[in-house]
Design a protein around this ligand. Structure first.
Ligand code: ZLS
Ligand code: CA
Ligand code: ZN
Length: 375
């Protein structure tokens, strides 16, 4: 057993809507809410649900959503139905496209994943837990008045706004392979929220997140972007992640941390091109947990379903300080995990296109910017 801060048990509250797995973006769409139900089934069979408070969240209400989104956009989402095809002009206005289709019960889906993140924030505000988890949240691309990249409502922005009611400074860290543009944009001019995104940059969605984009006005140096290339492995990732996060914790000293755990940064993802293992991904959770600051874990991307469920189950174990056994217990979705039926999966032999020199340059630039916040 380990010693020090890591070994100390944390009170964990887990937010789960049993209906979330039934939402369906449409045939061939890579985003599949069913992976949340697969994760839940694993947590159940591993006995992890018994070690935390399991909460059935409230659906977010219109007025909750309007704390960030415009009334017009929320009214549109509420009225959008697949059977009444959306006026092309209105669809364009709110960016309803192939990426963000209107599907059956779209608004309820938004209310569900957002309600869970907002309720998780309230749980931290009341100090009812040390760590809160919502694997259905983390939809970081949604903008104030439009959908983007499979995201309609920005549950992260709404959760951070809720946390700001009781916390002076909130740190947002985003390990999804895509840039956390919606969250960065929402807090680009404030010094109360620092956003840090690690992402693939260069000919990749959404195209933002340049190393030199770092906030504006009062928010100058409070946005941190870590642009990466294909094939990054655990060692290269943590060569940046740990020193950057250590410096951020030192200079920003947050009262709460929100970690978006997008699992599309794992090796073998259907849309991603990184080469992280489940352990490498989860090391981000372990590292942030070790600072002993109230922590919110959210989901996000992740398009190879079996690996998403593996990852988020293992990370729930990290939150609880329980090492889950590699061999999976029998359960309803066991067939997805063949032929090995293990939690951990092998990474690939793909080329790591991040040179030591490029990593050193990125690290130096970011640590230099952060040192300007030191008083
Ligand atoms: O971060 O790259 C794009 C935009 C396009 C290419 C794809 N076409 C459909 C639209 C125009 C430039 N979109 C990305 C969005 C990635 C969002 C990541 C979300 C998150 O992980 C957080 C949850 C993209 N990549 C792949 C697709 N879209 C995509 C692949 C396959 C399909 C099927 C359904 C829809 C159309 C055919 C689709 C999108
Ligand atoms: Ca990211
Ligand atoms: Zn993503």
């Amino acid at each position: 057993s380990t010693s020090g801060a890591d070994a100390v048990k944390r009170r964990v509250s887990y937010f789960y809507d049993p209906d979330v797995g039934n939402y369906y973006y449409g045939l061939g769409h890579p985003m599949k809410p069913h992976r949340i139900r697969m994760t839940h089934a694993l947590l159940d069979k591993y006995g992890l649900l018994d070690r935390m408070k399991v909460v059935h969240p409230q659906l977010a209400r219109d007025r909750d959503l309007c704390a960030f989104h415009t009334d017009e956009y929320v009214a549109f989402l509420q009225s959008a139905k697949p059977e009444t095809l959306t006026n092309p002009c209105v669809a364009r206005r709110f960016n309803i496209t192939d990426d963000c289709p209107v599907f059956y019960r779209l608004f309820e889906f938004c209310q569900s994943y957002t309600g869970a993140s907002v309720d998780a924030a309230k749980e931290l505000n009341r100090s009812n837990a040390d760590i809160v988890i919502n694997w259905s949240g983390g939809l970081h691309h949604a903008k104030r008045s439009e959908a983007s990249g499979f995201c309609y409502v920005n549950d992260i922005v709404l959760a951070i706004l809720k946390l700001l009611e009781n916390h002076d400074r909130v740190l947002y860290v985003d390990i999804d392979i895509h840039h956390g543009d919606g969250v960065e944009e929402a807090f680009f001019t404030t010094d109360r929220v620092m956003t840090v995104s690690f992402h693939k940059f260069g000919e990749y969605f959404p195209g933002t997140g340049h190393l030199l984009d770092n906030g504006y006005g009062k928010g100058k140096y409070y946005a941190v972007n870590v642009p990466l290339n294909d094939g990054i492995d655990d060692e290269s990732y943590h060569y940046l992640f740990k020193p950057i996060i250590a410096k951020v914790m030192e200079v920003f000293n947050p009262d709460a941390v929100v970690l978006q755990c997008g699992a599309d940064s794992l090796s073998g993802d259907r849309l991603g091109c990184f080469n992280l293992s489940v352990k490498g991904h989860a090391e981000c959770v372990r590292y942030l947990r070790s600072f002993n600051v109230p922590l919110m874990l959210l989901g996000g991307g992740g398009y190879t379903l079996r690996n998403v469920a593996r990852c988020w189950c293992y990370e729930t174990g990290v939150a609880l300080h329980v090492e889950v056994t590699d061999k999976m217990p029998d359960h309803e979705y066991l067939g997805y995990y063949g032929p090995d039926y293990n939690i951990h999966v092998a990474t690939s032999n793909m080329e790591n296109k991040n040179s030591r020199k490029s990593l050193d340059d990125i690290k130096a630039k970011i640590l230099d910017n952060l040192s300007k916040l030191q008083h």
